[in-house]
Ligand binder design. Structure first.
Ligand code: ZN
Length: 270
């Protein structure tokens, strides 16, 4: 599953390939033939991303909404592009590039008002051009769920995947089980600012880099992490704890990210 920065990166790259240009749209697989015909011959007016949702806006008021899901992917080529493979759900083609979308979970056209509904259905996107941390912070502070679960809840906040979750909580020295309601507004704003900074690095480098070392020359790394999938904490040399939360592996350092003290818990004698 791609993390949020990859979809923002794709939105930016694809805008450079088809944005402002008349496009041809076909569905080599046939499953999206009707949809493709509706946008064929229109101009792509731009792209956008909300978390893991990628949007392409067209001059006839239609928006193509793509969610890759677990197995979907893009293949982009400069022109002249090879003939599309039969598995391609939709090919978007400009005079300069072809973008093939293969195996997406969601591939649908939406008129503009529905796009607005989609935007409101999800928590604010960390990488949005009009960031709205207050909405995410309010949703977190209203909840007694652990922060580790809230960060991955796309209704609360969009764009955080499993790797960023582990890294951001460690960088902020927050225990993953701390309840949303127990975290101060100030700490959540610091968390948001850190997430935005790291995801922006992700878009720029096309890799998840959460350490200070941003140099990617001569490498093709996709990850450079502090504690995710690691054994030893780089800050205290203690052992990293690996556990499960909502079916996903969670990493944290039990000494750097101490257990939260729950407020309102009765600890005295009965
Ligand atoms: Zn540690």
């Amino acid at each position: 599953m791609p993390e949020g920065h990859t979809i923002h990166r794709a939105a930016r790259d694809h805008a450079g390939m088809i944005g402002g240009k008349v496009i041809a749209a076909i569905s080599p697989q046939g499953r999206f033939a009707t949809g493709a015909a509706l946008i064929d011959g229109t101009t792509c007016e731009g792209t956008g991303a909300i978390g893991k949702h990628l949007l392409y806006h067209f001059s006839n008021g239609q928006t193509l909404h793509i969610h890759l899901g677990l197995g979907g992917y893009f293949v982009c080529q400069p022109q002249p592009a090879d003939a599309p493979r039969e598995v391609v759900r939709i090919r978007l083609e400009s005079a300069t590039h072809a973008i093939d979308i293969i195996g997406p979970n969601t591939c649908e056209l939406m008129p503009t008002p529905e796009v607005e509904v989609l935007t409101l259905r999800y928590g604010p996107d960390v990488l949005s051009e009009t960031p709205d941390p207050a909405r995410a912070i309010a949703a977190i502070r209203k909840s007694r769920a652990p922060i580790a679960r809230l960060l991955m809840d796309q209704k609360v906040i969009s764009g955080i995947g499993n790797i960023y979750r582990a890294e951001i909580l460690w960088l902020q020295r927050l225990n993953p089980m701390t309840r949303g309601a127990d975290i101060s507004e100030e700490a959540l704003l610091a968390l948001w600012t850190e997430m935005r900074r790291l995801l922006q690095i992700g878009v720029e480098t096309n890799a998840i880099i959460t350490t200070g070392d941003l140099d990617t020359t001569g490498t093709n790394i996709t990850e450079r992490t502090n504690i995710f999938a690691r054994e030893v904490c780089p800050a205290c040399n203690g052992k990293i704890t690996k556990s499960k939360l909502s079916g996903r592996t969670l990493y944290h350092c039990p000494s750097c990210q101490a257990e939260p003290v729950h407020k309102n818990v009765h600890t005295g004698p009965k």
